[in-house]
Ligand binder design. Structure first.
Ligand SMILES: [Zn+2]
Length: 125
């Protein structure tokens, strides 16, 4: 694992920022940003790799995704939806709402329904 990566954003070297200027005199260029690996990794676990190690910012990340989306999707295409088993609980409760009528608001009681999604323990199934 090398210590630095070049930003993988396909347009990184075209953005006009002072941090990209290299060269001297009349031979100046905008250069792809060099990224120190683990620069935002505060976990103490250097094996954790994030996009921050390959892209100087989210703009460059999104440029990369737009350019290579079809290829990236082909790595792990989803042809069927995934499902997570749940239990849905509906409970009734008294609540109030405000109804406007002739420039006055009135507090009116009504029966509200609260929907709660509960996870299902798959280990017992
Ligand atoms: Zn970049």
């Amino acid at each position: 694992m090398s210590e630095y990566n070049w930003c993988h954003g396909p347009n990184c070297h075209t953005y006009s920022t002072q941090s990209r200027i290299r060269g001297s005199g009349d031979n100046k260029v905008l250069r792809t940003i060099k990224i120190k690996q683990g620069r935002y990794n505060y976990s103490g676990r250097p094996e954790l790799i994030t996009y921050d190690d390959y892209f100087c910012n989210q703009s460059c990340l999104m440029d990369f995704i737009r350019t290579h989306l079809t290829t990236v999707i082909a790595i792990a295409p989803r042809r069927e939806p995934l499902e997570t088993p749940i239990k849905v609980e509906k409970t009734k409760r008294e609540d109030y709402k405000y109804v406007w009528n002739s420039g006055e608001s009135r507090r009116v009681p009504y029966q509200a329904t609260r929907t709660t999604i509960k996870s299902v323990d798959n280990d017992n199934g």
